[in-house]
Every structure is written in structure tokens, then in C-alpha cells.
Ligand binder design. Structure first.
Ligand code: C2O
Ligand code: CU
Length: 462
């Protein structure tokens, strides 16, 4: 990236004098990690996307009334290459206003899909064109940013996969969209959203866990196949910890490649998180590997890997996890640039509201007024989250990637970037970042019910 702001200018007697500011070693260490610009490939993808009610065979195969992008849940997987131009002509055929947010994508602020901030809400029957050129290869997703607790729960989400310029030669790619649904006695989505129970706890946790919209799907692999498994957690509130076969390695998190691969055991996906895993189907035996969710004691079944058929030779190539990820060793000692206290109180339209520094945002169908803080572009910043509550808060920042610096005041080196970090009850988490893109970016809890009841704010980068 170009290092901006490396000069300090002072006006003396009508003359402006600039001298180089001593470079911040933490900013210098970013060099090459998050490009400000990408070389355009010239390829343009034109995609029509329509959100509308639909009836689909989901869960155990019964008819489920959902809201869907292009009549499917999960929505269509949009696949482009880094540097391609993506143009999405979106039409809202829902009975309420909506927008689309491109979770994790670094893009021009006006394309970020935040109602009342970067665009007006898209009314029923109206259209909007989203257009941007992804700069980072990886696994991203899109979803509404208005009444998310209802619209995401009803089925509005899809993957945006940004391929590398030359993708690593995996034998196969698998996509797992992890979700849960709260289904009533009638077999349909429980239409009571933002209940007191959801608000007092970690949002709406469903009673039907699905992968790609169905219960415990099975995926066939041939012995020896090397797989890139792309996972995303689109649930309103549930955290997943998929127990993957031994030997699986994490190669990317929240889209971006790691500095080096690490074992995928214990891998946790909070709402919003993505994880890319490199795994090889055991060449020795035909077998079935059941992947269970290890986050709760229930050990729910997520999906099965069925190793079957003629063996293939395993492609041998270096792990793509070899990104430059700064270590930011001097970061622990620095004072926070911004501090957010996370808490709740009685009040607001749902009876309970979630707050950031005692302020609750009221979305009011997209004509929102949010509190706003500022960060300087191209300067290193530390954001501190102080969870004063006894609930979980996966805190998500739009348009930027950050690194966890400390938990409870103790240094943490994860070796990867994030756009969403799970803050545990009563925990304090420090993250470091160098904002690159200017604009007004949302910071919010990705538990839909917490965000909906106030836990949203803005950071203006300028
Ligand atoms: Cu995926 Cu503002 O969120
Ligand atoms: Cu929360």
C-alpha cells in the first residue's frame, strides 16, 4: 500500500512547511498486507439478484416458507476472481425494505449496504445496483443489513467467493453454510422475532441445525482427494465449533490467508465468521467421518464426509496460507484509540436494548441515527471492547480487517486477520488495525438480535 500521512505540515506565517513524520513501525509492518488497490482484470460479472418469498424443500425435506435470493437458500454462490468487476442488479420483492451488505469485502463506502448511512433502504419493488472490484481473494458472504434478525433468519444469505489470481489446485471444493432455524410446531419458521428471551440471551438459537439448508448432508470424497472446505456461519446467534478430521488445517479466516497453516481443531465460528480448511480424504480406507458441533454439549451432527470410490493421487502443493500478517509486537503497550463498553439495559422498542458506551442505536427501518467515532486513515489504532455483560458479542467492523492484540490484557498472536471477533462474557479484547478505506463504517455485534436492539455504531475513517 501507499503509506499515507507520512508527513506533518505546519503553517508558519502563511507558508506551509512539511517534514516527514517519524514512521510508525506498526504501520510500516503492514506493508504489502492489505493492498489499497488491485490491478483490474477487465472481466465484468453482471448478476441479477432478487429477494422474494419462496417455498423450498429444506431441513428434512419438507416445504418451508422462506425468503430467498433467486429462489434458493442458501442464495446463489457468486464467484469472481480478485480484480474482476462485480455488478449486481438487485431487486427487492420482499414485503419490507432491505439492503445487501457484502460482509468482509473492502469496497467503496457507498456499496456497503448500510441503510441510512451508505444508501437509503431499498423499498419493496425497488432496485439498486451494487458494483465493486474485490481486492482480497477469499470466502465472503452477503446478507441484508436491515431487520437482519428476521431477514437473515428467513433465509437471506449467500456466498461471495473471490478466487486467487491462480487458485491453488485442490481436488475439490466444499461449501458449508452453517445455520440454525427456530422452527415451530407447525414446521415453519417461528414468526416471533426479537423476543425477550432472544434479547436476554445470545440472540435467537434455533432447534434445527443445517448445513447448506439441510440437516446433516453427506459429501462424497474419493480417497486421496485434497479438499478446500469453505465454511461460513450465517446463524443469528449460534456459535459453531466443527469437529473436523485430524490433520485438517486452517488456511484462511474471515476470508484472508493465514501467515502459516495451523491445526483446525478447536476452530470456532461466531456469527459472521468464515474459515477455509485444507483437508485430505484418508487414502487408506473407505469410511464415513461424521462432523459434529463441539460448541455445545449436545454434539449436534453437522455433516458427513463419505470417503468412497476409486482412490486418486493427492495433489501436492504448498499451503496457500503464507500471507504477510504483521506481528505488531509493540502493540500491547499502546493505549486504546477507541474503547467500547458492551452492555444492556431495560428500554427501547423490544423492552431490552443493547448498548455500546451506553448508547443504543434505533434502526427504525433504516432511517437510523448512530453514534459515530473517528479514526485516521493509514494510522495504527487500537480498539478495546470491554464486555460488561454476561452474554456473547461477536463484534464486527465493516470495511477493515483487524488483528486480536490481547485478551484480558494478555498478548495474543493468532497469526491471522479477522473482521469479526467473539468477545466472551465479562471479557476485554483489544484489536489493532490500520484503517485503509475512507468512509463511515459500521461497528456492531453480529448477533442479529443484539444489533437490532441497539448494538450498532459507526466509525468514520478520514
Ligand atoms: Cu455481516 Cu454489518 O454485517
Ligand atoms: Cu451481542
Amino acid at each position: 500500500m501507499r503509506l499515507l500521512g507520512l508527513t506533518t505540515c505546519v503553517a508558519v506565517a502563511g507558508l506551509v512547511a512539511c517534514k516527514p513524520r517519524p514512521a510508525d513501525p506498526l504501520v510500516a509492518e503492514l506493508q504489502g498486507a492489505l493492498p489499497e488497490r488491485v490491478e483490474a482484470t477487465g472481466t465484468v460479472h453482471e448478476i441479477d439478484l432478487r429477494a422474494a418469498p419462496a417455498e423450498l424443500a429444506l431441513l428434512d425435506g419438507r416445504r418451508l416458507a422462506v425468503w430467498a435470493y433467486n429462489g434458493q437458500v442458501p442464495g446463489p454462490t457468486i464467484r469472481v476472481r480478485v480484480g474482476d468487476l462485480l455488478r449486481v442488479r438487485f431487486t427487492n420483492a420482499l414485503p419490507q425494505p432491505t439492503t445487501i451488505h457484502w460482509h468482509g469485502i473492502r469496497l467503496p463506502n457507498g456499496m456497503d449496504g448500510v441503510p441510512g448511512v451508505t444508501q437509503p433502504p431499498i423499498a419493496p419493488g425497488e432496485s439498486f445496483v451494487y458494483q465493486f472490484t474485490p481486492r482480497d481473494p477469499g470466502t465472503f458472504w452477503f446478507h441484508p443489513h436491515l431487520r437482519g434478525s428476521e431477514q437473515v433468519e428467513r433465509g437471506l444469505f449467500g456466498l461471495l467467493i473471490v478466487e486467487d489470481r491462480s487458485p491453488p489446485p485442490y481436488s475439490k471444493e466444499l461449501i458449508w453454510v452453517l445455520d440454525d432455524w427456530l422452527v415451530g410446531a407447525d414446521g415453519q419458521i417461528d414468526p416471533r422475532f426479537n423476543t425477550r428471551h432472544d434479547l436476554m440471551h445470545d440472540g435467537r438459537w434455533g432447534n434445527a441445525i443445517t448445513v447448506n439448508g439441510v440437516r446433516r448432508p453427506a459429501f462424497d470424497l474419493r480417497p486421496g482427494e485434497r479438499v478446500r472446505l469453505r465454511m461460513v456461519n450465517v446463524a443469528n446467534g449460534r456459535v459453531f465449533r466443527p469437529g473436523l478430521p485430524p490433520g485438517s488445517t486452517l488456511i484462511a479466516f474471515d476470508g484472508l490467508y493465514l501467515r502459516e497453516p495451523i491445526p483446525a481443531s478447536g476452530l470456532e465460528l461466531a456469527p459472521g465468521n468464515r474459515a477455509d480448511v485444507d483437508l485430505t480424504a484418508d487414502a487408506a480406507s473407505s469410511s464415513e467421518v461424521l462432523v459434529r458441533d463441539e460448541y455445545t454439549r449436545r454434539r449436534d451432527e453437522l455433516a458427513a464426509l463419505r470417503i468412497t470410490g476409486e482412490p486418486v493421487s493427492t495433489p501436492s502443493f504448498a499451503s496457500p496460507a503464507r500471507a504477510h500478517v504483521p506481528r505488531w509486537e509493540g502493540a500491547l503497550a499502546r493505549e486504546p484509540t477507541l474503547t467500547y463498553r458492551l452492555n444492556a439495559r431495560a428500554g427501547g422498542p423490544f423492552g431490552i436494548e443493547w448498548t455500546l458506551n451506553d448508547v443504543a442505536s434505533r434502526p427504525e427501518d433504516g432511517h437510523a441515527h448512530h453514534a459515530e467515532e473517528r479514526l485516521a486513515a493509514a494510522r495504527w489504532a487500537k480498539i478495546r471492547f470491554v464486555n460488561e455483560s454476561a452474554r456473547l458479542h461477536p463484534m464486527h467492523l465493516h470495511g477493515q480487517f483487524f488483528k486480536v492484540i490481547a485478551r484480558g490484557g494478555r498478548a495474543v498472536e493468532e497469526g491471522f486477520w479477522r473482521d469479526t471477533v467473539l468477545v466472551q462474557p465479562k471479557e476485554t479484547v483489544d484489536v489493532g488495525l490500520v484503517p485503509v478505506d475512507r468512509g463511515r463504517w459500521m461497528l456492531h455485534c453480529h448477533i442479529q438480535e443484539h444489533a437490532e436492539s441497539g448494538m450498532m455504531s459507526l466509525i468514520r475513517v478520514d
